[in-house]
Design a binder for this molecule. Sequence first.
Ligand code: AMP
Ligand code: ZN
Length: 483
Amino acid sequence: MLLYNTMGRRKEEFIPIAEKMVGMYTCGPTVYNFAHIGNMVSYIYWDVLKRVLKHGGYAVKHVMNITDVGHRFDDAEFGSEDKMRSAAESQHKTLREIALFYTAQFAADAKRLNIIPPDTVRNASDEVGGILDLIGKLESRGYLYRLADGEWFDTSRFKDYGALTGMGFAALNESLMAGARVERPEGLRNITDFVVWRLSKPGETDMVWDSKYGRGFPGWHIECSEISMKYLGNHLDIHCGGIDHIPIHHTNEIAQSEAATGEKFVNYWLHNGFMTVDGRKMSKSLGNVYTLQDLIDRGHSPLAYRYLVISSHYRSELNFTFKALDGASSTLNRIYAVAENLSDVKTAGGADPVFVEAVRALSKRFYENLNDDLGTPEALKSFHEIINISNQRMSAREMTKSEARAALDALLEIDGSILALNLSERVDGVVLTPEVATLLKERERLREMRDFEGADKIRGAIRDRYGIELVDTKEGVKLRKAR
Ligand code: AMP
Ligand code: ZN
């Protein structure tokens, strides 16, 4: 399998540290607000990566952090706002309450997108003991210095600082200097230096810990070094995140981890491109920051969004538009319709070996496309080619049941292993969407009130709108596809 490694900026053959085992770390969300659809892009791609590795026979151990403390939202470390604390203050909640609420929302969004949860998810605030031990190692190795607001990492002391960016130390400092919007703290040695332990300000009493450095809380980057190495060992196979993390967050993770252990931290660094909306950066001021729920409220299925994301390559910039999402919804519905039609083919007879071989070859190509640095757009072409040749055969009324089964099995295998668009539910049964569930409840209520006319109207609406037939049985109402 080839993967594009940001470290070195080229495609490389993936070779795991341990045979058939992959340790994979993704930087998790900062839980001060709902994740937006741009954040979910990242998690969808890494879900595909994980599924491809699993399909390739690897056991994957996937670890993710939840940033519930310490994250500043400026590119520079200093002076910027702490969004977790701001959210807690404005909502009159504790930091823990804010974190729990948005973590649950994030998990629900991930579930709706069929993203497999990581094996281990850890909150930064639950790992402060280990973080302090790690800071202790950095201190004893002479990497830290003290400023008025906490302990800072001297990046000039770390050999090859910034290697991930492909820039030398001086060039990286200059580029950050150009982007810095705020004053440097007094005594700062290099603009690339970052805080590992921040002293709490008077009045900050929530999520602060006593330590030999004084009362405070961890800086942002240190949590990922601690959590990744604690649960995956000092040396990881794969570390993923968005490209925004290359110059600062991941660069600093490497510096801290390798400075503390003296070992190589990560073999393969993978970064997803950024998503724009209507060609522009997502931002509150442009009013173009959407959540998954916003898309659902506009009548789109989360899986259409998953499909849209997968149809673009993880390293390219994905431009989100509602038109593109409509296109993805139609394509998804076409995929469902073809799968349903295939499952309905009843013509007896054998299978044409040429057709069966064509399906097999396309299916093989699908996985080969993915093994080339997650080539999802090419892989989807192979998938659609199976659909096209099946459709042609069905239209010409030449498809036998055994051929249809061969095509359907290939589509279901691809969907079950990688795409995760719930194809099997379409073929084998009826999906109970939240919308249909609400209508069913309403029908039930009307029947209890003996309003059978109203109940029948809902039955008709469910059939017309969702293609679902309601069958009242002794055990209750059953759903089946309307014919
Ligand atoms: P954050 O909660 O800001 O740390 O973001 C979580 C993940 O989403 C990180 O890996 C980011 O790089 C990624 N991310 C944030 N915004 C976007 C975007 N517009 N497009 C793609 N990925 C993004
Ligand atoms: Zn991280």
